[in-house]
Design a binder for this molecule. Sequence first.
Ligand code: MRU
Length: 365
Amino acid sequence: MRIDGRDFRTIWLDEGGRDVWVIDQRRLPHRFETARLTSSQAVADAIADMTVRGAPLIGASAAYGMALAAAEDPTDAGLERAGRMLESARPTAVNLRWAVERMRRHLGGIAEAGRPAAAYAEAARIADEDVAVCESIGRHGRRLIEQARKPGKDRIDVLTHCNAGWLCAVDWGTALAPIYEAHRAGLPVHVWVDETRPRNQGASLTAWELAREGVPHTVIADNTGGHLMQHGRVDLCIVGADRATRQGDVCNKIGTYLKALAAEDTGVPFYVALPSSTVDWRIGDGLAEIPIEERGAEEVTHISGLDAEGEVRTVRLTPEGSPAANYGFDVTPARLVTALITERGVCPASEADLIALFGGEERAA
Ligand code: MRU
């Protein structure tokens, strides 16, 4: 991604090759700030407080957290401790566990003295692979956008939820990668952006990304999508995922399920874009088995934005004393998913199709 003429990924190393830099996503869209993470604990904190967020980026961050851990204490016990700390930073996105386990496996076969260098090299591989995987998702997904074009309509309307763009990954993103590909290829794509309460990743992050790429878009209140679908104003939905099961159930930001229901009712294709690192091969039934993060009530009771003086302020929305609940994610059953868009191609959301695409090696991981 390019920001003010400079190329950025969402995570990179400093010149010394030890500390980790990230974009502080809590400040967007009003401030573009970066943060330096100097310890494995700082990486775990950045994941927990959502300085970094989005399933693939949480995975890449955890990998660099393990690299910092290897520099701090390369013993088996040290890596084990750091791995547990990082894994517990957030519960739902499975890329976190995937990255920590991959780092542990990789380092397990290497003598302690060689572990720091090996850990940084493996974390860099994870980050580079993520970029390639997301680019490939973009190429596969772009075809679906082309296919959804309606004769006589001057634009292709895509609805997306939350933020599954550059900022959720190392670059490109998942659900937005096909949109960027389509836009760059000259297709007249327009994006309906769900605001995505309570943290507003759609209104804050997706809208910011799309604006920077010059992709036409409109931010809508979360409950608008069904109405637009009923009136033929959505040609397809593309969302991301934080965890999918081997049978194709998909867990994504809260509110995704309601969009999938509306899409099913109105005959709008509902696609989920995800890298294979988001598939949890150990579980089948998403509703029963995926842990759903519950976050602080203040994310629901309060909201932040720019005031007239250009200062970011947080204000209360709800009456003092009204309790609030904050479930971060929901599960969309495979039957409501038209297809999955993966780095290896588009496939139906089913165990047989996922296995046909990914075979045994990822399932064992
Ligand atoms: O709570 P977040 O912001 O880390 O949630 C993750 C998301 O942004 C979405 O659920 C997204 O659609 C999937 S991440 C590829």
